[in-house]
Ligand binder design. Structure first.
Ligand code: NAP
Length: 177
């Protein structure tokens, strides 16, 4: 996910207006055209929390489209939420059983979209192999943390760092076992 320097992925009310920053880091990398599309092709399925899904639904309602293409998208929820597409499946139950028993045998690259509750749960249960954390050049003081209720230490290995012209720093970590 993308976070403010102080570790928040959204404001308390869910707003992500601060994601658009106007910094310039001289000498930073630029994203090659087609990079994002090529990267998205490597993802086999998405998993997200219901609040992140509700944000995606609002985006779609406002004409910004659906970011997850035709890839299977699993929404974790105990509620009956509308399914925006046939590729969306709602799931409620044991997350470790779902990921290890159902998703891993079927998909190679499983992308946890977020938000904070799901990323905390995912790390706590030892389900993540890799963590991607993009730091934006802004401090917002309060909000929804990247990892909710983690409850334990998780040691990481820093595998890749890219600083972009926009001032965003992308960190890729591998979870150490
Ligand atoms: N900056 C970024 O890159 C980024 C990326 C993603 C999201 N976000 C933002 O993050 C915010 C949402 O984050 P969040 O931490 O509040 O919520 P979240 O992680 O998106 O969703 C949490 C909800 O998912 C459901 N859930 C979680 N684990 C479950 C499980 N194992 N089984 C069944 N249901 C489960 C529960 O809701 P139910 O009540 O439905 O059961 C839970 O309250 C949004 O504002 C979104 O825009 C930002």
């Amino acid at each position: 996910m993308a976070a403010s320097l102080d570790g928040f992925i959204a404001r308390k009310d869910g707003r992500v207006d601060w994601l658009e920053t106007s910094d310039e880091f001289v000498g930073g990398a630029t994203m090659e055209p087609g990079f994002v599309e090529a990267f998205l092709k490597t993802i086999d399925c998405y998993v997200m929390g219901s609040r992140t899904y509700e944000t995606a639904l609002r985006f779609a309602e406002h004409g910004f489209g659906w970011s997850y293409g035709d890839k299977p998208t699993f929404v974790l929820t105990s509620r009956e939420l509308p399914r925006i597409r046939d590729t969306v499946e709602l799931y409620s139950g044991d997350l470790a059983e779902f990921v290890n028993g159902r998703l891993r045998p079927a998909f190679r690259s499983i992308w946890f979209v977020g938000g904070g509750v799901v990323s905390g749960e995912c790390l706590r249960l030892g389900l993540a192999d890799e963590l991607r954390y993009s730091v934006l050049p802004i401090v917002i003081g309060d909000g929804i943390p990247f990892f909710e209720k983690l409850g334990r230490d998780v040691a990481l290995h820093l595998a890749e760092v890219t600083a972009y012209k926009s001032g965003m720093v992308e960190l890729r970590y591998e979870v150490r076992r």
